[in-house]
Design a protein around this ligand. Sequence first.
Ligand code: WTA
Length: 654
Amino acid sequence: MTDMSADTISVPAQWRAQHPTTPHLTGLLDYHTLYKESIHFPSTFWAKQARELLSFTQDFHTTSIGSLENGDNAWFVGGGLNACFNCVDRHAIQDPHRAALIYEPDDPADGSRIITYGELLRHVSRLAGVLRGRGVKKGDIVTIYMPMIPEAVMAVLACARIGAVHSVVFAGFSAEALGDRIQDANSAVVITTDEGRRGGRTISTKRVVDEAARECPQVTTVLVYKRTGADIPWMAGRDLWWDEEMKQYPAYTPPEVMDSEDYLFLLYTSGSTGKPKGVFHSTAGYLLGAAVTGKYVFDIHPQDRFFCSGDIGWITGHTYVVYAPLALGCTSIIFEGTPTYPSHTRFWEIVQKHACTHFYGAPTAFRLLKRSIAKENLQNIDTSQLRVLGSVGEPIAPEVWKWYYDFMGNENAVVTDTYWQTETGSHIIAACAGVTPMKPGSATLPCLGIDLAIIDPVTGEELKGNQVEGVLAIKQPWPSMARTIRGNHDRYMDSYFNVYKGYYFTGDAAFRDQDGYYWIRGRVDDVVNVSGHRLSTSEIEGAIIEHPGVAEAAIIGVPDELTGQAINAIVSLKNDQTPETTAKELVIKVRTTIGPFAAPKKVLVVRDLPKTRSGKIVRRILRKALTGENEFGDTSTLADPSVLDEILEAVASS
Ligand code: WTA
């Protein structure tokens, strides 16, 4: 690639020279060679990677079966392994004193805590004993509702150790949303804390669990880790203190041998239709996706200290706080707080304090910090150990990319913008650290084993060659793809495989430029991305319509300088309603039904919504009205075109 376009930034010359060991890839050619092998000989490639990066107690006999068309994919068939053994035991055996986790509490004055691999093995073993003691068996789903503390990682690993499937629910979800997830998963055991701390504030995790569990009669155990020591309500028999239970169980519990295809976890995510879907990931395939991308995208080595600021409640936390760093035996930083507490330089301070080699965060935080930080604020902070900077969750604008490269990495660390999804399990498009020439704003090139396609949304035909734009799809199975949606395999087929036959449909649009680089344009479905949180407009609409005063509602994601997209609600009310009061109630309704992060930034009350004669709300027009466009295309299909003027007036005066 000698004729790369002008916007390319090459890997800094000193990057390799300053590398503490040897990078996993020696150059771009290495990537291309491996990539070609991974696409043309996927079985050979993946079998080799699996045997090299994972420890199986029983070797697999078949690398992969199934097709995207039939949605029946299985990997490393016949293999036996345990994910917890892979993430903990094998490193504890080799080097028990190596730090596995470093806990950085919300308040830096509280001091950090190091947990070695040896200690982690003992904690996880005991917790595994506790879970077994409460009747958890292989295949049972345990719900985890915890803040970002090491015990959350232990909870995840303890489930994996005994073959229980973990379902982590983000601790920002409301009691109602948590209850739905506990119910859907049919969990008898929920793990939580008395409270949590975030950005100097208290989060009442146990109270939320109590409220959620009221609707879930099958919950027999709520295991509570004491984080703050607050006085909390207690239900004798059901509620148990973590510390007291742990004392009763031995410090070694043997790991359960799992089939490669046994589910490792369930994670709920938003889709096009209202109800959140519980996505199941497999043991071997998922773990391999984490390990391979950890190795080649992030260039992780055992000596590294990897700081991913994503929450364990989302896929980023699963794959890049827990599974990738631990499978590769490095140290993972567990940060409980927020980027702005106690000051806007918190990330830099953590990087300095723990000599982090990697930092992985979201553009929404970068945009916020970019506004509030001057170079002088960083003068006395040493972040020179940083080698790789990752970005995830939403497109990163070129000027934010450049700011990140400069302010966080001093132009010494490389930036990898990683595009992927809950369903893909691990990165799909990303620069391989230290080898891929970077382009600010582009996620760059496909990851190993990922065969991408750009499809014309109208004809459904694949667009070959470069300089093409369309919907992004994947045309070969890969190990860490989700295996099903809990209780609804048909929905799994319809969401991902029946849209374009033979392809996995991502739901995103993308452009492939003249150099074969990918530029993600955003979702083409009803999913919006607010501060990196994936939300479904129809789910929010569902919550709003439950308000008795609402006649009709539409939720639109509009561009927002800070949060990427923001939620706007446009509603028409029944006659007897006071608009101001109802608007406030609707915000509260969304907060309690889903969680504060889904609350509309703006609620516009209008007389009527733009509808076709058959009564279908025309969202396209609403989106344009809300973003200040005045070219509406054909409005003759509207049942009552005059509503448009009223909406424009409402927007102008809002
Ligand atoms: C978006 C998060 C642009 C995308 C890992 C995707 C991105 C959705 C990027 C998945 C990126 C994620 N550039 N867009 N680097 N990463 N997205 O399941 O729309 O929470 O479909 O997984 O986030 O969100 P999810």
